[in-house]
Design a protein around this ligand. Sequence first.
Ligand code: DAS
Length: 329
Amino acid sequence: MHALDGQTHADTRPTAVIATGGTISMLADPASGVRRPVLTGAALADGLTGLSAPLTHLQPYAIASEDATFAHWLTLVQEIVRLTPGHHGVVVMHGTDTMEEAAYFISECVPRAAVALCGAMRPPGRPGYDGGQNLMDAVTVARDPLARTLGTVVVMNHEVLPAWDVVKRDSVALSSFATRHGTRIGTVHDRQLRLLSRPLELNWIGQIPTEAPDPDAVAYVRMTGSPGPTRFAEAIRGAAGIVVDALGAGSIPAAVRSDLIGAAGRVPVVLTTRTGSGPVQAEESYPHAWDDLISAGVLLEKRLDGPRARIRLSLSLSLGRPYTPLEPL
Ligand code: DAS
């Protein structure tokens, strides 16, 4: 409900549903048995009953989300901008493999849009198919009066999770989606959004590039013990930006440290952590431990994981902006 000229009116505008493929839409090919994204958003929404307003369906593409690119996500951003004024919320049905990155990309470009992403961990026809419930819950969230304050969220398995922190943490479980830092926004049951916490106001980029960022611009390296110095040097060579998922709270092995420090003098270098949660920081445990990295210009990213920091750096480079770590305003 929202107040218009002193009255309150149910918002009867349709909710937009953008289908992009993913398991939620996959049927097995009769001949080969291979699953392909076949079902349209309209077909998937057929089973939804009791909707308070109609749905507008769009299908810009139908792919498995491991094949989604920055160009695909820029298309979603452009569609969301086009649809938002005339619709009561936007739902994006997306594959689960890169759903968290799609949500983050959208959030960075259009942080004020009310967008709910959903998908399925099980394909249509299999016992425990979760696509119908996730789609219904995503429509509920997108239509909720609070939706505009939530920004872009992932709605899976009754959970409402923020784009900056949500992760697919299990390869097969229905309860796969969670957050790195326990930041649950809410839950959805019986078509009701139950708010558990207010989302953070963050320093989103809030700009839309005219073209999709170059996916090769940023080198992303997940650090391991005993890294190969030659392999590391090859991985970062020629990059316009570098993101390293460091060990622990930001540890970089000596074997590759000088190469990373050298690179920081040429291009933006962002340090994240490969641990499942927690910040990159030295103060408490290892005072001055990262001073050489910091004085070389390495940026400590205390909130994002490596893949999201890569998206933020890729967008920053494509917009000609410096990288600033994601922080609360
Ligand atoms: N391949 C996976 C994807 O499209 C299937 C899924 O949606 O889970 O992300």
